[in-house]
Design a protein around this ligand. Structure first.
Ligand code: MIC
Length: 655
């Protein structure tokens, strides 16, 4: 039987297991990506694991998230990362060079390679025919040390694209259509592979838009073939020699099938406060807006800015609207300048921000209270914009720019502008100056640690018996933004766990930190609904609760990256065998799991006793033998210290 692109990518990197869905597999990782907001922890972990130098083909560290420098903290982090790159042998992308995902695609992406990144949108590089996966920082640190990446072989979901996008409809509407159909958990346990004749009309950057937001579907990653459009993209970046064709065989099969007729799509928009709340723009047209925001890894391409410029050219945006332009890379900014795109935007009233993630993670540009903000970013989880009860809608650059003009949500088709489209340029102006290559022999280089950079907390092994209160009970789809917010106030503490832990669950319950501190020694539980921990890869959403004493999270289901982060930091992730038991537990109930150490090694069934209600519940753990050992020893770091960096191979072979 012929192979699809995903199978080809996995097979060529398989180091443990076999490719049957549900099997535990290990993959060789060729490249890693880290960004500053997660990278400081990755470098501290690399150091704590006693590792010396990266062993990948290429590892790149970007500084794109924490760019506002209100005091020394973020700037100290930048210098720390610079020193870690010199010491451990990574590329360093300087602050202001831009967002990791489009930059990685432009400068380092190679069809056929694997990429592991400590950012959930690492999957964007699937646009180039790479297998690119977002993961927790500890796994990225292990991959930097040359260790395989372990995960359960997903099912492969073939999405056939036919037809051609109509005028005013663009790649963002394709991924919004996927979210409209399948919501934020529709991709759990799946790799999405796009194929079919519709691909011909989608440029590499269009594919980036679609692959990037596969993260919002909960998918392990998204994959595109590497074809002529990829060759043209790499050529325009001066890297045609990196091109290699990778296509599915003619008789390739998929585990699941779906079809999207591009010709039938229309402008779509995700309503607050979930990327899965998608409706046609026309259904909400006319609502008054405060902000129109263009940029981020979800719409990073020159075309996205060019289309916005085309719409506002020679006009003025509405005087209520903050029209925020966030160039995604310095190179794109230079091309915007050279082609006149920037002048058109600025003239029309745009507010220009530095190249980076900016308002997408609440690093400035917070919207006015109770007002609508239209953004081309990938996420609109509650409060993520920095405004507590925000109203963020996700849409294409076309819809955002059209709405900026009228001051109301506007379907771009109704402006009656003659559509010109965008022709992807064959050559672009390159800027590689702010990417600093790895130094060769700098193992003695001192890590530059400012006063806010604190050592990782020591995590104790799992005790024999867990007993403590349910400190918080939450519903479905709780995102890591709700567990541990991002934003300008919190992000500067990413390298200081005791301080950042003060913000744990602050979006949901302001009393959580105080209450948790009382049980820090004894331990406590969290009860969650479906898809617990969706969204980002931030380890802080596991490490901070752990620091506050959380011993187990019992949920109906978990998001992939967060589930792994929990076991990496020694929190027991348990799944209700009977989801209706969620109803029976109340916040404040005292739960107990006696003989927990033996129970998790013996099998998958764990009984949780509710001492307050005199009931018991059946739960399951789906951990591998390797993960059980992490939880037993207290964390992956403890395990590696006990058994060496090859712990995974030893344990997997023994089990
Ligand atoms: C995000 O979009 O949520 C982030 C901020 O990029 C995160 C990483 C982080 O929390 O630092 C992600 O997507 O993993």
């Amino acid at each position: 039987m012929g192979k699809n692109v995903t199978q080809k990518l996995i097979e060529s990197h398989l180091s443990v297991g076999n490719m049957a869905p549900g099997e535990d597999i290990g993959l060789k990782i060729d490249q890693t990506l880290t960004q500053d907001a997660t990278g400081t922890l990755v470098m501290l972990e690399f150091e704590a694991l006693g590792l010396q130098h990266v062993k990948t083909e290429l590892s790149a560290q970007y500084v794109d998230h924490n760019l506002l420098q209100e005091d020394f903290k973020n700037s100290d982090d930048h210098l720390f990362l610079r020193s870690a790159c010199k010491k451990f042998g990574l590329w360093y992308s300087r602050p202001g060079n831009g967002v990791s995902h489009p930059l990685h695609m432009e400068r380092f992406g190679v069809p056929g390679k694997t990429l592991l990144g400590s950012d959930s949108h690492t999957c964007a590089a699937g646009s180039l025919g790479m297998l690119a996966i977002g993961a927790g920082g500890l796994e990225v640190a292990m991959a930097m040390a040359g260790e395989p990446f372990y995960f359960k072989m997903p099912t492969i979901w073939g999405v056939k694209l036919i037809g051609k996008l109509p005028d005013w409809v663009s790649a963002k509407d394709v991924i919004l259509e996927m979210l409209r159909r399948h919501d934020v958990d529709g991709g759990l346990g799946k790799i999405i592979e796009y194929y079919g004749p519709g691909l011909e009309t989608l440029s590499a950057m269009d594919r980036h838009v679609i692959a990037n937001m596969g993260a919002e579907l909960g998918a392990t990653t998204s994959v595109f073939p590497s074809d002529e459009n990829i060759r043209l993209f790499l050529k325009s970046q001066g890297r045609e020699n990196a091109y290699r064709e990778i296509k599915a065989d003619d008789n390739a099969q998929y585990d699941e099938y779906e079809e999207i007729n591009l010709s039938e799509l229309e402008p779509l928009i995700a309503l607050p406060s979930s990327p899965g709340n998608v409706v046609p723009v026309r259904e909400v047209a006319g609502r008054e807006i405060y902000q129109a925001y263009i940029g981020s890894s979800a719409n990073p391409g020159l075309r996205d800015f060019a289309m916005a410029a085309f719409i506002v050219d020679g006009k003025q945006v509405h005087d209520r609207v903050s029209f925020d332009i966030n160039p995604t890379s310095r190179q794109i900014l230079e091309n915007m300048i050279e082609s006149g795109i920037l002048a058109k935007l600025i003239h029309a009233g745009a507010r220009l921000h530095q190249a980076g993630c900016g308002g997408c993670i609440g690093m400035g540009q917070a919207p006015a209270s109770g007002r609508i903000s239209l953004r081309t970013v990938p996420r609109n989880f509650p409060g993520r914009s920095g405004t507590k009860e925000d109203h963020v809608y996700l849409c294409s650059p076309e819809t955002a720019a059209a709405s900026a003009l009228t001051g109301r949500i506007t379907d771009p088709r109704t402006l009656n502008i003659d559509y010109s489209g965008f022709k992807t340029p064959e050559t672009v102006r390159l800027n590689t100056e702010m990417l600093i290559p790895p130094a060769r022999e700098d193992e003695n280089y001192e890590l530059d640690k400012g006063p806010n950079i604190k050592p990782l907390p020591t995590l104790q092994p799992l005790p024999d018996k867990l007993e403590g209160p349910v400190l918080l009970k939450v519903g479905d789809d709780i995102s890591t933004d709700e567990i541990m917010p991002a934003g300008a106030k919190v992000l500067p503490f990413r390298s200081n766990i005791p301080e950042i832990s003060r913000f744990t669950f602050s979006q949901v319950d302001l009393t959580y930190y105080e209450r948790a501190m009382k049980f820090q020694k004894q331990g406590s539980f969290i009860v969650g609904g479906c898809n617990y921990g969706q969204g980002s890869s931030r380890e802080h959403a596991a490490l901070a609760p752990r620091y506050l004493g959380v011993k187990a999270v019992i949920a109906k289901s978990f998001a992939r990256i967060h589930l792994q982060n929990l076991s990496n930091f020694g929190i027991l992730p348990l799944i209700f065998s009977y989801p209706e038991d969620w109803e029976k537990i109340s916040q404040g109930d005292i739960l107990s799991i006696p003989d927990v150490l033996n129970s998790i090694s013996r099998g998958n069934n764990i009984t949780v006793i509710n001492l307050t209600k005199n009931e018991s519940y059946q739960t399951l753990h789906r951990m591998t033998a390797y993960q059980v050992e992490m939880v037993r020893t207290g964390s992956l770091i403890n395990l590696v210290r006990e058994k060496g960096v090859e712990a995974s191979e030893k344990i997997t072979q023994e089990s």
